[in-house]
Structures are given as structure tokens and as C-alpha cells.
Design a protein around this ligand. Structure first.
Ligand code: SF4
Ligand code: SF4
Length: 57
């Protein structure tokens, strides 16, 4: 699953809408990912501030 840099994330929600598997959830504090993530990397590429690093555990 992607790793969120909580210091960079703006909580804009773009990545949430970009995930083809609906594996990203935005709660009040940070993003959460579920097991539906296929490591496609789309969310990392779409984030405007580079807050997601793909392929983390
Ligand atoms: S697209 Fe980037 S800045 Fe926006 S909510 Fe996702 S991780 Fe945060
Ligand atoms: S890597 Fe792909 S499947 Fe996983 S959370 Fe990001 S967009 Fe969704």
C-alpha cells in the first residue's frame, strides 16, 4: 500500500477519487488504505504535492 507523508498531504481527496479499487479512505487525521489496493501507483502519480509513496508495506 502507498505510504502517506502526513506533513505534505492537503486532504484534497484527489487520490481517493482516483483509486480504481476504492481502496483509499480519508478520515479526519490521515488517509487509510485497505486490502483492495493492487499497488497500481495511480494515487501516487495523481497527488499534486507528492504526498504518496507507492509500494509501502
Ligand atoms: S491527493 Fe495527495 S494531498 Fe490530496 S488527499 Fe491524496 S495524498 Fe493528500
Ligand atoms: S496504489 Fe492504486 S489501488 Fe492502491 S490505493 Fe493507490 S490508486 Fe488505489
Amino acid at each position: 500500500m502507498p505510504v502517506e507523508n502526513v506533513n505534505k498531504c492537503l486532504h484534497c481527496g484527489l487520490c481517493v477519487g482516483s483509486c480504481p479499487n476504492n481502496a483509499i479512505f480519508l478520515n479526519e487525521v490521515r488517509l487509510e488504505f485497505n486490502e483492495d489496493c493492487t499497488e497500481c501507483g495511480l494515487c501516487s502519480r495523481i497527488c499534486p504535492v507528492g504526498a504518496l509513496t507507492p509500494g509501502g508495506k
